[in-house]
Design a protein around this ligand. Structure first.
Ligand code: 6MZ
Length: 348
């Protein structure tokens, strides 16, 4: 079996995927049709081509935060959001993903409030046709003021109580040059005390103090972790803190390359983290915006860092350790182990 096929068939776990950044072109076209049929006007025609930020794109990380508004214009009704969720989950499933934690930022639109927003995603997740096990992480955006952040946290806690088997976590994302982590600490602490697991976008840009504060908070996972190693804008102290904490890092190779957060796949910090024994998880981030898939991310990682199939399978296996729904860990792990046994890949 060639590497591409192998990476596709390998049962994989996606732990860092933003819903509105994950919409494929075909999903966006279906959403446009749904909106047109429901009499919902959108202005995305002009901008659809700007949604994908492919290789060689002149735009960088700071530009990419405007791109999401194109997807947002298509997901303004509960029907559209539910459909976006279902179609996106189906695409991950078709790509060999067996467990996903989708994340999204609840927002008010002219056609729904934040509660209806979360309800719509939960409905999409509960679609009985889904084979993929799907969970939801509620996102706080760094641009939010305290009152907004508190409202999102209340919502996350409320839905975690209502759907403990679906709403499993809370995360902090958005433009990393905006906002201060310390301002979000009280809300994140409250969410954690209520039983939600926490993931933090960390070190997407150089900010050693914030990286240290985030590591000290001891979230269950960190996202990206670009500027933690001294080679990439971190310091000895940030690197040492990560090595001591062994907090798993959700890596998104193509996202970092296409936003120019790293200079190329070869110089991606996967290598430093992997060699230091820090738990790493391969993810897509925004598969629509970055024109990628989870199997492609595994393949790029294998090709760039010359990993054997066994090492690739072990990455998928170890990712199971870090899923927020602890009840599911063994089920998902078994799927990966069965694949490894079937393909005579040493599983112990
Ligand atoms: C930080 C990101 C991101 O929540 O509307 N988002 N935040 N860094 C990134 N790296 C490229 N990619 C996506 O999905 C879109 C939102 O996810 C966050 C941004 O806040 C973006 O608006 P949802 O479903």
């Amino acid at each position: 079996m060639d590497l591409f096929q192998f990476c596709r068939e390998l049962p994989k776990v996606e732990l860092h995927a933003h819903l509105n950044g994950s919409l494929s072109k075909s999903t966006m076209l279906l959403l446009k049709r749904l909106n047109a049929d429901s009499g919902i006007k959108d202005e995305t025609n002009t901008f659809m081509d700007e949604f994908v930020m492919g290789a060689g794109d002149t735009r960088s990380l700071s530009d990419c935060f405007q791109i999401f508004s194109i997807a947002h214009a298509l997901t303004t009704t509960p029907q559209a959001l539910q459909m976006a969720t279902s179609l996106t989950l189906r695409e991950f499933q078709d790509d060999g993903c067996c467990y996903i934690e989708l994340r999204s930022t609840p927002r008010d639109t002219p056609h729904m409030n934040k509660n209806q927003y979360v309800d719509a995603i939960v409905k999409g997740i509960k679609n009985p046709e889904n084979l993929i096990i799907s969970r939801l992480i509620i996102s706080i955006n760094r641009t939010m003021v305290t009152a907004e952040c508190d409202a999102i946290t209340d919502l996350a806690i409320e839905y975690h109580k209502k759907y403990p088997d679906i709403v499993v976590g809370i995360e902090l994302s958005g433009n990393p040059i905006v906002g201060e982590f310390q301002n979000f600490l009280p809300a994140l602490t409250r969410a954690r005390d209520a039983g939600l697991k926490v993931s933090l976008h960390c070190g997407e840009v150089r900010n050693p103090k914030e990286v240290l504060d985030m590591i000290n908070f001891k979230p269950e996972r960190l996202g990206h972790g670009v500027c933690i190693h001294p080679k990439f804008g971190g310091t000895q102290e940030t690197w040492q803190a990560l090595c001591n904490s062994l907090i798993p890092v959700e890596l998104c190779l193509t996202s970092n390359v296409n936003t120019k957060s790293v200079s190329g796949y070869e110089s991606h910090h996967f290598k430093e983290l992997y060699e230091a024994g820090i738990p790493v998880i391969i993810n897509t981030d925004d598969k629509g915006v970055f024109a990628t898939s989870l199997s492609q991310e595994y393949m790029l990682c294998a090709e760039t860092f010359h990993l054997e199939k066994e090492q690739i399978a072990r990455l998928a296996l170890s990712a199971c350790q870090y899923i927020f729904d602890t009840e599911c860990r063994d089920t998902v792990k078994t799927k990966v182990l069965e694949f490894m046994n079937k393909h005579y890949i040493c599983s112990y």
